[in-house]
Design a protein around this ligand. Structure first.
Ligand SMILES: Cc1ncc(COP(=O)(O)O)c(C=O)c1O
Length: 479
């Protein structure tokens, strides 16, 4: 069905309100053709119907827009949470030339590009060696493997991270031991680590979540005292620093993800381990290539986990922009801080501006306080079944603004890890954060206008939630 007039649009709305959302996807695609007599094409020519559909489908039924709202939605600019598409045009010619060079070279795996990338990444992480692998998850598995962590061992980390951190521990047959996070930084609560160290503890994996370093000094001191290995999960924080030193330079090994949404993202999957120890680097190189140093001679069991030359070429090209992109991310974060500083019910992230924690803003993540804590009163016309955060997500989506919860279910409460016997209530800060965190659009190509639109939207939505705006205490930042 193509939509050419308001009547067709009405039919579309009926379809949209029906439970068969799949058909609404089709209808939305055809909405690009929507015209009304005497009016210009209502649809922005750059409309990405799929993105909008996804956004609309996130809305709870009561928040789906009216016909008028739908028109407004389709005429307003789409501000996604992240956009690889917006990054591409600025580097298109360089990127295409670099990829073409690889295609023409005939050298696709373990070539010169991969070696150069390993050196450059090791260098920005302040490490001696870089070992390219297929993705960040493999980087974690291989780092644990090369450090001889396996069945019977315990590895300490937090339940407030991406599942890959835990999967890697489990893939080695070791047991993840959780400690809660710090409410201000979202990173491992260093004061809680010592209490869970047992004779079986072999390692700590601090995760530098959202682009901010964990508190590495006390972690390294504990590791020293108890002879534990430290593997930094640096998937989200490449080029962040802690007390002037880059993340990735502290532990026995550090693992990086180049997943496309990362601050330095490939055009596909890729990852790397960095370390200082020559022997460890040699073993990692061997493990990632079938346990083989010399082709067809296998010293031990290994896997196939290599970073290919096309991804290396992409990443080398993008590396030249990383510092500039980080500066832009910091400027965007600064603008969000200014725009959102007085919004009721919103707790802003730890700014990390002090030299000790130079944040790289992989995510700009606010907390939307739960209704009971925030004291909101003017919200739920249909009963208070929708959480304050969901109402914010819906309100942003109605204005064509993307947002995301990283991560809505703490890992100790996930089905896949239930056999460890952790219970709801054991990690109260993580659990509360999982209910409240909301990441806003964050990528270097966001314009001032976009940032302003996000700030205004969030302010308007939150003011609507409070009949009389109340002053909500914002935790003091002690960093
Ligand atoms: C904290 C964390 N660790 C590990 C990973 C795994 O990286 P990859 O997706 O490249 O396997 C990610 C990726 O999102 C991550 O965010």
């Amino acid at each position: 069905m193509s939509i050419y007039c308001a009547q067709d649009l009405n039919q579309f709305m009926l379809a949209f309100n029906s439970p068969r959302k799949i058909c609404c996807v089709e209808h939305l695609k055809t909405l690009t053709e929507f015209q009304t007599p005497g009016k210009a094409n209502l649809i922005n020519s750059t409309l990405d119907a799929n993105r909008r559909t996804a956004r609309l489908c996130q809305l709870s039924s009561r928040d789906r827009p009216s016909l008028k709202g739908l028109e407004a939605l389709f005429m307003s600019k789409n501000i996604p949470i992240f956009s690889a598409k917006d990054q591409y045009p600025q580097i298109a010619s360089e990127l295409e030339a670099a990829v073409l060079e690889v295609l023409r070279s005939g050298s696709y795996i373990m070539g010169q590009k991969g070696k150069s990338l390993e050196q450059e990444i090791a260098s920005i992480c302040g490490a001696k060696h870089g070992i390219g692998v297929a993705n960040g998850t493999d980087a974690l598995i291989l780092a644990l493997w090369a450090l001889d962590i396996g069945p019977g061992d315990e590895v300490i980390t937090t339940p407030f991270t991406f599942a890959a951190t835990i999967e890697a521990i489990m893939m080695r047959g070791a047991k993840p031991v959780f400690v809660d996070v710090d409410e201000k930084t979202f990173n491992i609560d260093v004061a809680a680590i010592e209490k869970v160290i047992t004779p079986k503890t072999k390692a700590i994996i601090p995760v530098h979540l959202y682009g901010q370093s964990a508190d590495m000094d006390p972690i390294m001191a504990l590791a020293d005292r108890y002879a534990l290995k430290v593997i930094e999960d640096n998937a989200q924080a490449i080029s962040a620093t802690y007390k002037g030193k880059p993340t990735g330079s502290f532990g026995d090994a550090a693992c990086i993800s180049f997943y496309p949404t990362k601050n330095l993202g490939a055009c596909g999957d890729a990852g790397m381990i960095v370390c200082n120890d020559d022997k460890l680097a040699e073993r990692l190189r061997c493990l990632r290539a079938h346990g083989s140093k010399q082709r067809y001679f296998h010293e031990e069991l290994g896997v196939n986990s290599r970073l290919d030359e096309i991804q290396a070429a992409v990443l080398l090209t993008k590396m030249a922009y990383l510092a500039d992109w980080t500066t832009k991310r910091r400027a965007i974060a600064q603008k969000y801080f200014e725009l959102l500083k007085n919004v009721p019910g919103i707790v802003l992230p730890n700014p990390g501006v002090k030299e000790d924690y130079a944040h790289v803003w992989h995510q700009y993540t606010v907390r939307v306080l739960s209704d009971n804590l925030a004291g909101a009163s003017g919200n739920s016309t249909n009963g208070a079944t929708t959480s304050m955060r969901q109402r914010v997500i819906d309100g942003l989506a109605k204005r064509n603004i993307g947002s995301m919860c990283y991560y809505p279910v703490p890992l100790h409460m996930q089905e896949a890890f239930a056999h460890y016997g952790y219970k709801k209530g054991e990690f109260p800060i993580t659990e509360r954060l999982a209910d409240e965190v909301l990441s806003l659009p964050m990528f270097p190509e966001l314009t001032d206008e976009d940032i302003q639109a996000v700030g205004q939207a969030l302010t308007a939505i939150m003011n609507e939630q409070f009949a009389t705006p109340v002053a909500v205490p914002t935790p003091t930042v002690s960093l």
